[in-house]
Design a protein around this ligand. Structure first.
Ligand code: GAP
Length: 543
């Protein structure tokens, strides 16, 4: 693990941002708990997102849908296909497809890998050489030199020689898009977490089915068991997005929304990720902040660029290093089946640039699919438009969708990385010491101010608690803290990302003043205690 990530993971645990889930039992792989500071940071990020997406806009409304939805939702969206069908990955293009729908090839058939252009052909030629040690011949956008030898083997025949230079296992088919024979084993993919709705346990039905069907082969047995399980099966949502498509009509009609308009939602999503990595970057349970923006067909490109720029600006606003946020356009072969264009907002993590948010132009795919599967007419009627086909006033169409889909927990990791700062400073004795400071944006900081009595006696705690009460009555999250020497408390709050420390000392009793210490500069000044709330609010821009 990279050094900066190690430091972040260690600080996150020490200060109460993120803990390993069920740590006392040895921890649960890829599951995390957000501690006393982490829960505040996560909520602050999500609240800022909600403010900018819902409160500050007339054209977006919010929803909070259930995590468990009707199983047909996942049929329509395509998420369920991986459950009952064996899927295969193309090891070159990463395309995932159903084995039973793939093109079959027979003995002696030539295998030509058909790329979308010359650039892709060059890339794949290089990848195949690196992974499999053979240099295929490139003919424009085609890669040649492979042939089926028998039902289970294909070979590389250099310069059309009769003898294969190298042979490989053959599945009997090639990938549908590029025709690659370099494939993974057939596997049942369970991306979604499956559960059961209703208290009746299906194990009883399973046992009697197995007892009655002892002679069935494993394929038939599996089909029978799947059928029993499917009757009561429900799934934890793998994205928050589908609820916005399913509730499109309800939201549009109840709030009289006119296109273009959006529906926003934030909350938990669950994926049985094949690889979980980089701490909370990719985990099985995470939180998303997604918005589906419904637009008139033909205007999607304009809105895609609009949301790309808007979202990039939003991430940069809370950052100390805005240049670490970029956007990247998806290449044609990276696009999801439902998208006609897509941008990723990327952040420069310690391992390099990687995804933080996707801004996809999802066409009308989802509304069409849900219309088809549910029978509901998920369309929009614009009385102001003229229907070119009939020449009459009023146009009905299925809206296109632009979707900014961000990770809230991934955003939390990004802002922890962004805020982490180390410097050497002098301690009280004049010795060099390391200061770790989390330079979190004040709007994101879990604690807005620490309010500290210099000592635990001489009436200072009572004066301090009165100031604390003033802040909390105004809804500002501040903390009273009297544990350890004052220098240690300052350091603790530097690591918590607390922007200000207010200290009540002997002078407070004389002239009613307290000190205010700035987290970033460590500069202290005296301010009147009775103006502390007003001053801190102004400094934090909380008015
Ligand atoms: N509705 C579209 C959708 O869900 P996605 O790119 O799969 O698109 C959107 O997810 C965002 O959710 C990602 O950019 C990422 O920030 C976050 N995300 C996705 N999978 C995640 C995981 N396993 N762990 C943490 N965050 C994840």
């Amino acid at each position: 693990m990279n050094n900066k990530m190690e430091k972040i993971i260690s600080l996150a645990k020490q200060r109460g941002f993120v803990f390993q889930s069920s740590e006392i039992y040895g921890g649960l792989k890829s599951a995390y708990d957000y501690g006393p500071l982490g829960v505040e940071l996560k909520r602050n990020i999500m609240n800022e997102w909600w403010k900018s997406m819902v409160y500050e806009r007339e054209d977006i409304v919010g929803i909070d849908a259930s995590i468990i939805m009707h199983p047909k939702v996942w049929n329509a969206s395509g998420h369920l296909s991986g459950f009952s069908d064996p899927l295969v990955d193309c090891l070159i293009s990463k395309e995932r497809f159903r084995a039973d729908k793939a093109p079959n090839l027979g003995i002696n058939d030539e295998i030509i890998i058909k790329c979308s252009d010359k650039g892709q052909a060059k890339r794949y030629q290089k990848d195949i050489n690196n992974i499999f040690g053979i240099l295929l011949q490139r003919n424009g956008k085609y890669l040649e030199g492979l042939r089926v030898i028998n039902n289970t083997t294909f070979g590389f025949f250099e310069n059309r020689n009769d003898k294969a230079l190298k042979t490989f296992n053959f599945n009997g088919y090639v990938s549908p898009t590029i025709g690659s024979p370099f494939l993974s084993e057939e596997r049942q993919f369970n991306l979604m977490f499956r559960s059961q709705l209703g208290p009746v346990d299906s194990i009883g039905d399973i046992i009697s089915f197995v007892e009655k069907n002892k002679d069935l082969n494993s394929k038939k047995l599996r089909e029978g068991l799947e059928k029993i399980i499917k009757d009561t099966a429900v799934y934890l949502r793998p994205e928050t997005a589908q609820a916005m498509f399913v509730q499109f009509l309800n939201c549009q009609q109840t709030m009289s929304m006119k296109i273009p308009f959006g529906i926003a939602q934030m909350g938990k999503s669950f994926r049985n990720e094949i690889t979980t990595e980089h701490f909370i970057f990719r985990s099985c349970e995470f939180e998303q902040m997604e918005m589906e923006f419904f637009v008139e067909p033909g205007t999607q490109k304009k809105w895609l660029n609009y949301w790309r720029d808007k979202r990039l600006k939003w991430w940069k606003h809370y950052s100390n290093n805005p240049s670490k946020f970029i956007y990247r356009s998806h290449k044609k072969d990276e696009l999801a089946h439902y998208a006609d264009a897509c941008y990723d907002i990327e952040y420069e993590y310690p391992w390099g640039f990687d995804e933080l948010e996707g801004i996809a132009s999802r066409t009308n795919y989802d509304l069409k699919k849900h219309s088809e599967y549910s029978g509901a007419k998920l369309s929009y009627f614009d009385p102001q438009k003229i229907d070119k086909k009939t020449g009459r006033n009023g146009l009905r169409y299925t809206p296109y969708v632009i979707e900014p889909a961000a990770g809230a927990t991934r955003g939390l990791l990004v802002y922890l990385l962004d805020a982490y700062h180390e410097e050497i400073v002098k301690d009280a004795k004049g010795n060099d010491t390391l200061r770790r400071v989390m330079k979190l944006h004040p709007k994101l900081a879990p604690i807005k101010a620490a309010i500290l009595p210099l000592v635990k006696k001489e009436g200072l705690p009572d004066i301090t608690r009165k100031i604390v009460s003033n802040f909390t009555k105004s809804g500002i999250n501040v903390k009273y803290d009297e544990q350890h020497a004052i220098g240690k408390r300052y350091r603790r709050h530097d690591e918590a990302g607390t922007p200000y420390c207010l200290t009540v000392d002997g002078k407070t009793k004389e002239d009613g003043s307290i000190t205010i210490r700035d987290r970033n500069t460590m500069i202290q000044e005296r301010i009147p205690a009775d103006k502390a709330l007003e001053i801190v609010k102004k400094k934090l821009n909380l008015f």
